[in-house]
Design a binder for this molecule. Structure first.
Ligand SMILES: C[S@@+](CC[C@H](N)C(=O)[O-])C[C@H]1O[C@@H](n2cnc3c(N)ncnc32)[C@H](O)[C@@H]1O
Length: 371
């Protein structure tokens, strides 16, 4: 995961940069909560808590493309607006860290930075030097920043990715526990598969919180948005179940070897709301300020009104999911099956989008470092 995992980079038609409007919609929906967090953070923090009048923030799992830049804009505007309301002193310097895994397309991000600086100067009057952007490549499951240095950490649509495929998905006989069922843990997965994913998520999320608690100042805030389980999910409507079914069809049709599919599992887990709460409480460094969820349709960000039919919508969904899952699927199954796989996947999604099923359940939590 740490060395090779990535979304589709660049700016081609298939790239994450061109196919991430769903994640952008989520950023916009969470904007009022982001503003609220920044307000509370700056109120909790006295000016003396900002050494060198510098506030340090980071976006964890920033990826590359318009969402990376939108997040920068949202955070900076929010800090500036709040500061002007609560203090009549000079705006603090902002040091902004872009974090993602080393295979992320950071070059694309760097190329877009001059534009970001220009816009911030035009719209916020932020002069060069009062706002400094740096990259911090590496896994957020490990340490990223010095002790007690960070004020605000944000992460959207990244925390459901695990540090690895859970161990223990194979029985002693060598038979995969998930055989023929799915490529991750979903509602209908066998309980031992589910448990292996819960254990991995618990380890990863606990480590994540522990690392951040060491890096954050007292009263620093963490805002996390990620996918969680939908307890009201319609049976058989999970989008990753359908991806597993498309792969299974390709085994039946002889395009993929059965063993290849049996040895594939995705390092992704959508925890239940209770699991997340319990891990935060057990880890103990953070106070929960906000804990809420909202659902979105898979095609919620589809904007065209002229081609409003299921096939077009399903193609839209399959394309943005390919920008996310394409690289990891390709590294296991090979490039040659990819078009066929996503064509079959798109066909399976039609029914789902037409019935407005397969909802994504988005969990938003804000946490405050208490001591
Ligand atoms: C779906 S993208 C979300 C990107 C962006 N935040 C957005 O809202 O569009 C998920 C990102 O999380 C990153 N990611 C996954 N696991 C990570 C980890 N352990 N450390 C840092 N980044 C990680 C991926 O590389 C990917 O860029």
């Amino acid at each position: 995961m740490e060395k090779t995992f990535h979304m589709i980079g660049g700016e081609d038609e298939a790239s994450y940069s061109r196919n991430s409007s769903h994640q952008r919609l989520i950023l916009r929906k969470v904007k009022p909560i982001l503003e609220e967090c920044i307000q509370q953070l700056l109120r909790d923090m006295k000016e003396t808590d900002l050494p060198n009048n510098c506030i340090k923030v980071a976006d964890l799992g920033c990826c590359s493309g318009p969402n990376t830049f939108l997040t920068i804009q949202l955070m900076i505007k929010s800090i500036d607006k709040t500061w002007s309301k609560i203090s009549n002193t000079k705006l603090p310097t902002i040091q902004y860290f872009l974090n993602d895994l080393v295979s992320n397309d950071f070059n694309l991000v760097f190329k877009g930075l001059p534009r970001v600086y220009e816009n911030l100067e035009k719209e916020n009057g932020r002069k060069c030097g009062s706002f400094l952007i740096a990259a911090m490549p590496g896994s957020f499951h490990g340490r990223l920043f010095p002790d007690s240095s960070m004020h605000f950490l944000h992460s959207s649509y990244s925390m459901h990715w695990l540090s690895q495929v859970p161990r223990g998905l194979v029985m002693e006989s060598g038979m995969p526990k998930n055989k023929g069922k799915s490529i991750c843990a979903i509602k209908t997965s066998p309980s031992n598969v589910h448990q292996a994913y819960v254990d991995q998520f618990t380890r990863d999320f606990t480590t994540f919180l522990r690392m951040r608690s060491q890096e954050m100042v007292k009263y620093g805030q963490l805002l996390l948005t990620f996918l969680c389980q939908d307890s009201e999910e319609v049976e058989g409507s999970h989008y990753l179940l359908l991806m597993g079914m498309a792969l299974s069809d390709m085994v039946t049709e002889g395009h993929i070897e059965e063993e290849k599919l049996d040895t594939f599992s995705l390092p992704i887990y959508e925890p239940s709301i209770q699991e997340v709460k319990q891990i935060i409480e057990d880890e103990g460094s953070f106070k929960i300020l906000r804990f809420q969820n909202f659902k979105t349709c898979l095609d919620a960000s589809f904007e065209s009104r002229t081609l409003d039919d299921g096939i077009v919508r399903a193609r839209y969904v399959a394309t943005y999911l390919r920008a996310v899952f394409g690289p990891i699927l390709e590294s296991h199954f090979g490039e040659s099956i990819m078009d066929g796989l996503f064509h079959r996947y798109q066909n399976k999604l039609v029914n789902l989008v037409e019935k407005r099923q397969g909802l994504l359940n988005n969990l938003v939590i804000s946490l405050r470092r208490e001591w």
